[in-house]
Design a protein around this ligand. Structure first.
Ligand code: MD6
Ligand code: FE
Length: 201
């Protein structure tokens, strides 16, 4: 049993749709290149590379975590969110206003993501919707406190995961990515896209 408000929809995107989304991402990263963020205070680099699409993007640097309209390295606006993702939001988010940010996380060999809450948004009434592409990941899900029971689920290419309602502030992370489980990305690895409503409508 998953915590209320979280829903896992396996294989929402079929292979051709996954391939065309990857093509859109290739175009987006030409405008908004992937970069390696660092943790606030420590300056320790993330093991994932990131970029964003949308009118706002989530960034991490020595000063903290925040949303901003410009790419931190190019100073230019982020690339737009591909239409197919806006359609997934309409279908699965159960929230009447469009997302403003799509965080792109790129996992290469050995990359992972520690347990965290997504809490830099103003509007926790909106869910966070994630789309996975490429190699399967082991996703760890806990409760709303950092300590306590956790469970894992596997996120595969084309899966959609929605965290809303009581699960919106649950701790979660990626334990590891299972190398060689998908042929979608020629060089291997995994891409996770998270759509977020940032401001109160
Ligand atoms: C990932 N996902 O799947 C990391 N956050 O690579 C997240 O951090 C996440 O999947 C909020 C809601 C859904 C998620
Ligand atoms: Fe998250």
């Amino acid at each position: 049993m998953l915590i209320q408000g979280i829903s896992h929809h396996p294989s929402v995107l079929e292979r051709p749709a996954q391939e065309s989304l990857v093509e859109s991402l290739r175009a987006a990263v030409l405008q908004s290149p992937l970069y390696t963020p660092v943790m606030p205070r420590t300056g320790r680099p993330f093991s994932v590379r990131m970029t964003n699409m949308g009118t706002l993007g989530w960034v991490a640097d020595r000063d903290g975590y925040r949303y901003q309209a410009m790419h931190p390295q190019t100073g230019q606006p982020w690339a737009p969110i591909p239409h197919v993702l806006l359609e997934l939001w309409q279908k699965y988010a159960g929230y009447p206003h469009p997302p403003e940010a799509c965080l792109v996380n790129f996992y290469q060999q050995g990359a992972k993501m520690g347990l965290h809450q997504d809490r830099d948004e103003e509007d926790f009434n909106a869910p966070v919707l994630s789309v996975s592409l490429g190699d399967t990941a082991v996703f760890r899900l806990g409760g709303t406190q950092r300590v306590g029971k956790t469970q894992t689920l596997k996120l595969s290419s084309g899966d959609v995961l929605v965290m809303g309602g009581p699960s919106r502030l649950c701790f979660h992370g990626i334990d590891r990515v299972l190398t060689g489980t998908s042929t979608l990305l020629k060089e291997g690895g995994r891409i996770n896209l998270t759509l977020r409503r940032v401001t109160k409508p």
